[in-house]
Write a protein that binds this ligand. Structure first.
Ligand code: APR
Length: 238
């Protein structure tokens, strides 16, 4: 691993056009389980499969059950940014990192100080009415009880992309722009299983793609550098 980390460190030293694309594995060292690892959310036993609960049709049909899952599994109080989030914020402050593109909905990149964060799947720190789209604070949604309702009578929902819903075109367009232009692309903490997010990798046109992920991904052979180690560990050395 040392050789690969040294190479990555050199790439970062030589570039001021670095882009990061990450997923749930970036937040596991902050205490937030990912989805598909052995102890991940999708491998825990629930009344319905979590991928079903996190879908637009389920939310419309059974918002009470959605909120039971949301408040128990998506909202984890007291979580803090870890070494990976903090190093990325530092690289941005040094004018080296252009954007963090994340599939995560936990807001930890912003909490670490990153300014240009593209949230492909939205955030549970924001909410709006499912009927009239009026924005709401996430407090009642995340920490209240019962079904949070808007003045119009609609149900309040998180600003996240549920299964069966499209991603925000503007966010995707900006993510494609940054990845297309990137000199160094670091992909970290994602199984690259879920589209269209995973498809962003194909827009990269450089020769310095580093993949930092505990397990193998379908894009390992596409990367110029692969490090199968904990991302917090790696980022504390680069
Ligand atoms: N360091 C490096 N890699 C890690 C770490 C860590 N500390 N912890 C976990 N990983 C890796 C796992 O090996 C796994 O390959 O992170 C990856 C997480 O993959 P997933 O659980 O599939 O999460 P993600 O890729 O973000 O899922 C994408 O799926 O359900 C949707 O919307 C949800 O955004 C999510 C999307």
């Amino acid at each position: 691993m040392q050789e690969a980390i040294r190479t990555l460190k050199n790439w970062l030293a030589e570039s001021d056009n670095i882009v990061f694309f990450g997923g749930a594995g970036v937040s596991t060292e902050s205490g937030i389980p990912d989805f598909r690892s052995v102890d991940g959310l999708y491998n825990q036993k629930w009344k319905y499969p979590p991928e079903t609960i996190l879908s637009a049709s389920f939310f419309a049909r059974n918002p009470e059950e959605y909120y039971r899952f949301h408040r128990e599994k998506l909202v984890i109080d007291g979580v803090k940014p870890n070494r990976a989030h903090l190093r990325l914020a530092e690289l941005e402050a040094e004018g080296k990192l252009r954007a963090v593109i994340t599939q995560n909905i936990d807001g930890l990149h912003q909490a670490a100080g990153s300014k240009n964060v593209l949230e492909l799947h939205g955030s549970i720190l924001r909410a709006h009415c499912a009927r009239c789209r009026k924005p709401y604070s996430a407090e009642r949604m995340n920490h209240g009880t019962g079904l949070p309702r808007c003045d119009c009578g609609g149900v309040i929902r998180p600003d996240i992309v549920l299964y069966e819903e499209p991603l925000d075109e503007d966010v995707m367009g900006r993510a494609i722009h940054y990845i297309r232009q990137a000199e160094v692309l670091i992909i970290g903490g994602t199984s690259l299983n879920v589209y269209p997010a995973a498809g962003l990798v194909r827009y990269y046109r450089g020769q310095r793609l580093a993949l930092v992920n505990l397990s193998e991904t379908p894009y390992d052979s596409f990367a110029d550098l692969v490090i199968h180690e904990k991302i917090g560990e790696v980022f504390s050395q680069i």
